[in-house]
Design a protein around this ligand. Sequence first.
Ligand SMILES: C[S@@+](CC[C@H](N)C(=O)[O-])C[C@H]1O[C@@H](n2cnc3c(N)ncnc32)[C@H](O)[C@@H]1O
Length: 226
Amino acid sequence: MAFALDKVVPWGRSYEEYVRMFNLTERELEGRILGCGDGPASFNAEATQRGHSVISCDPIYQFTAAEIAQRIDEAYQQVIDQLGKNTEDYVWDLMPTPEAVGQTRMAAMRRFLDDFPRGVKEGRYVDASLPYLPFQDKEFDLALCSHFLFLYTEQLSQEFHLDSIIELCRVATEVRIFPLLNLGVNISAYVAPVTAALEQRGGRVEFRRVPYEFQKGAHTAMYIVS
Ligand SMILES: C[S@@+](CC[C@H](N)C(=O)[O-])C[C@H]1O[C@@H](n2cnc3c(N)ncnc32)[C@H](O)[C@@H]1O
């Protein structure tokens, strides 16, 4: 997936953001969780510190912490500039300026970078790429995918999306994906055909509003049980 890796920005959110994006309950957080495409998010680091069981997988984990830090630094100004140019596409209630977003995200990513070497040794950060995951059938209660599937609709095919979600369903009892918008802040054209294909295979697909909205209109997660 070198193509996706080049096109996808290494940018990470916090535990608190994951809890809201996926509307995670305390009970759900007690289960075995896979974060797929977690990149430099601090979800794993913070969840582990709270005693939860989280494994993250991402092709970026083939790199060292120093190499990932360099990629983050390279992406930082580009992301902040894009936010500044498209302010009308975002909700600025919790983080009022692009710089405030940058500070919050950098704090999460530093937390990830501090945890990464230890997490690799503990098997919590696994170098793996959709659509193939090195995990057993139903090894996880919940698989979460934040800001990768559907967001990169222009870069990744519909077939890649369907194969990836089928793979996530293989390794987890339930799969949640957020957001359902592409980078152009429109609902991804893949949502309807992928939903139909999953339902045809016997999956149950639901769309639930979650208590998180930064990209305007991105407030709904896809829940899949198969
Ligand atoms: C925009 S970041 C989102 C990071 C994190 N999930 C969050 O929301 O804060 C997208 C992540 O997708 C990862 N990625 C790229 N190709 C992938 C693939 N084939 N399978 C899984 N993850 C992939 C990238 O390395 C990157 O870390």
